[in-house]
Ligand binder design. Sequence first.
Ligand code: PLP
Length: 277
Amino acid sequence: MNAPFLIAQATGPEVATDFSAQSKPPRLIKIARPQDNQAVTVHLDGNTKLDLSDVASDKITFVRVGDRLVILFDNQATVTIEPAFGPDGQILGDITFQVGPDRQLSGAEFAAAFPVGGSNSTGILGYVVAAQELHDQRPDIDKIIVPVGSAGTAAGLAAGIKMLNWPVTLVGACVSHTETESREDVRRLAGDIDIQVTDRAVGPGYGIPTEEMWAAVRLFAATEGVTLEPVYNGKAAAALVDMIRNGEIGDDETVVFLHTGGLPGLFAYAPDLTASV
Ligand SMILES: Cc1ncc(COP(=O)(O)O)c(C=O)c1O
């Protein structure tokens, strides 16, 4: 896909944190690169400074999984920090990040430097192009089903579908928000476009596994050889399975399940996955 990418900018203001105003200095946790394939979990408990300066020049990816921040290394090792996010989805206010010898960021600045998701007017352009690409390949399809978190993916597809005047139905499967919120998110990002959304598979909340999700993950693996992670595609697949079982998707319809990737997210659920199979 020859589309624009939204690159996380590792820039931002330096923060001179004055700890004199606080009752005690933060607990310092230095993050180091684990050995190959190792999964390390760091449990946070209140006022903490995470020192990432030793891994700042490593190839790392930050992934939010529920209330956890997972750092993925290119040697297939992970460091999971939990909890790193509150119920409102924001980074907890009592975490600061040391990202270089002289550079410290508050949680909010860290989140802005490494934005979680790219759901803005630039970010959705990639999926406008994806709609064009899909249309070029399969103009005949009836439905596209896609997970909806912050709705950038769905908004880009919706905008692309509208531009193409393509009579396909886009179905967004909510993974975190209600149907009303998700529909509003799509409109905020893509303009005056309504898409079909369903929040039937969200369960108790974002990133919280459900039995239907695990059943869909097993079904896709066993029948298609396709691996899904639990947070986005597992829940969207659960919604798809339910729609088929209810007859909302007919035998004669051609449906594209748009797999948005994110496989590393599965590793954060290794114990739950093992228990479910
Ligand atoms: C696997 C996966 N799919 C989809 C998304 C994004 O969905 P949305 O564009 O609705 O936020 C994410 C975002 O983190 C993701 O990790």
